[in-house]
Design a protein. Structure first.
Length: 361
């Protein structure tokens, strides 16, 4: 059902488009979207009641029906967002505009309508006071005229003058009673609105205090994360130093590998030389004495070969141990980088949370 019937004298005086929000009734802190997209928001003026309303309809659903009173205030909370509290609806409305210019126009119109509502209220009070004063003056003047007619006129004249005066006085008194009753009901209604506004201000103050406490909590969290980040940076520097040591170890391993290749080449040369000596020993039996000398050389060469083989095994063992240490260092570095990536993601999520909290506030 539309809040503005077709036969009503309410007419739109200003129209714009915005995203509509309402304060969460449970937390009184978070905004709840009242429309999925930007909708039309209009100011309506009722000439019969001399009142103003803000109305917005999303399809067949009325999402804003707020009568503007002189006590209301429209507040800009950001460059494109504004809000106002409606004590009758017991909620706070928020509007998000596409541009700052549209927000400024809406706020200026709100102030203009608020002043008009205040002027209309003052005029209504002046009419009530004028009617009351007029009734009192009529009440004071009527007895004097009656006394004058009773002194100077006859009984017929007294009857002819007193009848209309009493009827007029009665009519004025009835009007005065109606005006006083309306004034009393308006006073009660304004007292109710004032109490509702006070409660709403108290809730908003509590929400602001909770928001400030939440901001302090996030500041402490940010400081803790910053300290942890500094520790991680120092750990990274230590790992970089370890990486430099690993590079040096790689260079030493390369040198050992080259030395190993040289020893293997030398061993092959010795084996060839040994093979030649053996052939000479088999071919020339007459050189037995020389063969014994050659055998001695062969023995020495074998001993050297064993020494060289022992050295080769030692070098290979050192190479394997170096490779094993290198593999362990790589594994530790990978684990640390994974932990670092997780911490960076947490810092990124934390920064987004702070940004969102800033937008909400």
């Amino acid at each position: 059902i539309s809040p503005v019937p077709p036969y009503s004298r309410e007419q739109p005086i200003f129209t714009t488009r915005a995203h509509v929000f309402q304060i969460d009734p449970s937390t009184k802190k978070n905004w709840v979207p009242a429309s999925k997209q930007a909708v039309t928001v209009s100011y309506f003026y009722d000439s019969t009641r001399n009142s103003y309303r803000i109305i917005s309809v999303d399809g067949a659903k009325v999402i804003i029906n707020s009568t503007i009173t002189p006590n209301m205030t429209f507040t800009k909370t950001s460059q494109k967002f504004g809000q106002w509290a409606d004590s009758r609806a017991n909620t706070v409305f928020g509007l998000g505009f596409p541009s700052e210019q549209q927000l400024t126009k809406f706020a200026e119109k709100f102030q203009e309508v608020k002043e008009a509502a205040k002027l209309a209220r003052d005029r209504s009070q002046e009419k009530i006071e004028t009617s009351s004063n007029h009734s009192q003056e009529s009440g004071r003047e009527t007895p004097s005229s009656t006394r004058a007619s009773s002194v100077n006129g006859t009984d017929d004249e007294k009857a002819s003058h007193s009848g209309p005066a009493e009827a007029h006085l009665k009519s004025e008194n009835d009007k005065l009673k109606i005006a006083l009753a309306q004034s009393s009901s308006n006073v009660k209604k304004w007292e109710t609105e004032l109490q509702t506004l006070r409660e709403s201000n108290a809730r908003l103050t509590t929400a602001l205090q909770e928001s400030a406490a939440s901001i302090e909590h996030w500041k402490k969290q940010f400081s803790a994360c910053k300290e942890e980040n500094d520790q991680l940076r120092s750990k990274i520097e230590e790992l970089e130093e370890q990486c430099n040591e690993i590079n040096k170890e790689k260079e030493r391993n390369a040198q050992l590998s080259r030395r190993l290749q040289e020893l293997e080449t030398e061993l092959q040369d010795k084996e060839l030389e040994l093979e030649e000596l053996r052939k000479q020993g088999e071919i020339i039996p007459q050189l037995m004495s020389e063969c014994e000398s050659v055998s001695q050389q062969l023995q020495d060469a074998e001993n050297k070969n064993k020494d060289l083989e022992e050295k080769v095994r030692t070098l290979r063992t050192e190479v394997e141990e170096s490779k094993h240490r290198q593999t362990n260092l790589k594994t530790e570095l990978k684990n640390f980088l994974d932990v670092l990536d997780g911490k960076i993601d947490e810092l990124h999520d934390f920064r987004q949370g702070l940004s969102k909290l800033g937008v909400d506030n």
